[in-house]
Design a protein around this ligand. Structure first.
Ligand code: SDX
Length: 429
C-alpha cells in the first residue's frame, strides 16, 4: 500500500499541498518539497542543512543515534578488521567487494598512476618552505586539470573513471611531495613494488643516502585510518564536491574544493586542532578548566574532536581509533602523555551534564592525531592524511552523481537587506 503524502497547509491562506514521502532502504524518511514554491509561494529555510537531504545515495549509511556506519552495507567494524584501504576504495566506487582478479587489476592500476607529471614538482617547489600543506594540496590538486586535460570529457564514463583512479593514486604522491618540500628533501618517486600505504611511507620518509625500511606497524595503522576516513555520506566536504560537480566542473576542481572545505577546523581540520588543544591543556589537572571553557557560551573555545552533526552517540570510528592508538603505542614501545590526557578528558567530559545533554561524544578526529604523532607525521600534515583517505569517498560520490546527473545545486535565501531605494549622487550623501 503506497504511503499517504504529507499535507502542508498555509493557515493564513488555507491553501494546502501534498508532499510525497520518499523512503530509502534505511534511515529517516523524507518528504519532497519541490511543489511548495509553486503551490504555496514559500521556500523552505534550513541554514546548515541540518534537516535537509540533498541527494539519494547508495554509498554510505550512518545511523547517528545507534552509532552505525556502513560502506555499501558492510559495517565499518568488519571492514576495519578484515579489509584493506584499496579494497574499500573498490567497494565504495563500484558497490561490491572485488574478487581476487578485480582486486589485483584495481591495485595494479592504482600503482600504475601513482607518479605525477614532473612539472608538478616544479609547481610545488614554488611554494614557500613553510606553506601549510593543505594550502599546497588545494592548489596542486586543482592544477591537475592543467596536466591531465587530454581525457577530461565528463560525458565519457571512461574519462570519469580514469580521473577518479588518478586522484586516488596521486594524492599520496602529492602529499608526500608537499611534506618533502617543507623538509627541504629531494622528491621521492613512488616505488611500484610496495603497496599503497608502504609506498606512501617510502615517499614521505625515505632519504637518498640510506635504505628505507617500511614499518609494517605504520603501514597497517595508516591502512586502518584510511579505511575509517574514506567516506561519511554528505558531510561538508563531500557536499562541496557534489555541488561543484553539479556544475559539470572537472573532478580535479571538485576534489580541490573538497580539500579546501575539509581544512576547516569544524571539519577535517579538527584533527590538527585536537593535538594543539591537548598540548594547550598540557596536564590532566587543567582538564576541568577547559571543560568549563567549552561549556561557557561566551567563550569561543570548543572541545575539538567532540560533537557531530549526525552522531548523537559514539562515533564508531573514534572507538576503533582509540583502540588502535593503544596498539600502535604499545607495538612501538612508546607512551604518549597526550594519550593519557585524551583518555582523561574523554572520561571527565562524558560524565559532565553539558556533554551528556548535548550528546557530545569523541568523533573521528579526537584520537587519530595520537597515532599520526606516534608514526612521525607532523601536526600540519594531519588533515592531509584525512584528505588522502577521503579522496576515495569524494570521487565515489562524484562518480555516483555524474552517472545520474542532478540539476545544478542552487539554494535560495531569506533576503534581509534594504528594500528598493534610489541612487544618490555622491555630493548629496
Ligand atoms: C568531522 O559531517 C561529518 O560527517 C564530518 C566528519 C566526516 O567524517 O566527514 O565526521 C568529520 O568533521 C568531525 C567533526 C570534527 N569537528 C570537531 O571536532 C570540531 C568541534 N565540534 C563542533 O564544532 C561541532 O560539534 C560540529 C561542527 C562537529 C557539529 O556542529 P553542529 O552539528 O552544527 O552542532 P552545533 O554547533 O549546533 O552544536 C550543538 C550544541 C551547541 O550548543 P547550543 O548552541 O545548543 O547551546 O552543542 C555545542 C554547541 O555550542 N557544541 C559544543 C561542541 N560541539 C557542539 N560545545 C563545546 N565543544 C564542542 N566540541
Amino acid at each position: 500500500m503506497s504511503e499517504k503524502p504529507m499535507i502542508l497547509t498555509d493557515q493564513n491562506s488555507g491553501e494546502s499541498v501534498e508532499l510525497p514521502i520518499n523512503r530509502g532502504t534505511e534511515g529517516e524518511p523524507t518528504f519532497e518539497i519541490k511543489a511548495v514554491p509553486s503551490k504555496l509561494g514559500y521556500f523552505t529555510y534550513d541554514p546548515g542543512y541540518a534537516a535537509t537531504a540533498s541527494c539519494t545515495s547508495k554509498i554510505t549509511f550512518i545511523d547517528g543515534g545507534m552509532g552505525i556506519l556502513r560502506y555499501r552495507g558492510y559495517p565499518i567494524e568488519q571492514l576495519a578488521e578484515q579489509s584493506d584501504f584499496l579494497e574499500v576504495a573498490f567497494l565504495l566506487m563500484n558497490g561490491e567487494l572485488p574478487n581476487r582478479a578485480e582486486y589485483d587489476e584495481f591495485t595494479a592500476e592504482i600503482t600504475y598512476h601513482s607518479m605525477v607529471h614532473e612539472k608538478l614538482n616544479t609547481f610545488i617547489s614554488g611554494f614557500h618552505y613553510d606553506a601549510h600543506p593543505m594550502a599546497m594540496m588545494a592548489g596542486v590538486v586543482g592544477s591537475l586539470a592543467a596536466f591531465y586535460h587530454a581525457k577530461l570529457d565528463m560525458s565519457d564514463p571512461g574519462h570519469r573513471k580514469l580521473a577518479a583512479m588518478r586522484m586516488i593514486s596521486k594524492m599520496p604522491t602529492i602529499a608526500a611531495a608537499c611534506y618533502r618540500h617543507h623538509m627541504g628533501w629531494p622528491t621521492a618517486y613512488p616505488p611500484n613494488g610496495l603497496n599503497y600505504c608502504e609506498r606512501f611511507l617510502h615517499m614521505m620518509f625515505s632519504v637518498p643516502a640510506e635504505t628505507y625500511e617500511v614499518s609494517s606497524v605504520a603501514a597497517r595503522a595508516f591502512d586502518l585510518l584510511f579505511i575509517l576516513h574514506a567516506d561519511h555520506e554528505q558531510n561538508a566536504s563531500t557536499s562541496t564536491v557534489r555541488l561543484v560537480g553539479s556544475t559539470g566542473a572537472n573532478p580535479y576542481a571538485c576534489v580541490a574544493a573538497g580539500i579546501s572545505a575539509l581544512w576547516g577546523p569544524a571539519h577535517g581540520g579538527a584533527n590538527e586542532q585536537v593535538l594543539k588543544m591537548l598540548e594547550q591543556i598540557g596536564d590532566v589537572s587543567n582538564v576541568p578548566k577547559f571543560v568549563a571553557k567549552a561549556k561557557d557560551r561566551d567563550d569561543p573555545f570548543r572541545m575539538m574532536g567532540f560533537g557531530h552533526r549526525v552522531y548523537k552517540n559514539f562515533d564508531p570510528r573514534a572507538t576503533i581509533i582509540r583502540e588502535a592508538a593503544h596498539e600502535v603505542l604499545s607495538e612501538l614501545g612508546q607512551s604518549d602523555p597526550l594519550m593519557d590526557l585524551a583518555l582523561e578528558l574523554e572520561r571527565i567530559a562524558l560524565e559532565d551534564e553539558y556533554f551528556i545533554e548535548k550528546k557530545l561524544y569523541p568523533n573521528v578526529d579526537f584520537y587519530s592525531g595520537i597515532i599520526y604523532r606516534a608514526l612521525g607525521i607532523p601536526v600540519s600534515m594531519f588533515t592531509v592524511m584525512f584528505a588522502i583517505a577521503r579522496t576515495v569517498g569524494w570521487v565515489s560520490q562524484w562518480l555516483e552523481q555524474s552517472d545520474n546527473p542532478t540539476r545544478i545545486g542552487r539554494p535560495r535565501q531569506v533576503y534581509a537587506g534594504e528594500t528598493e531605494r534610489n541612487y544618490v549622487d555622491i555630493d548629496q550623501r
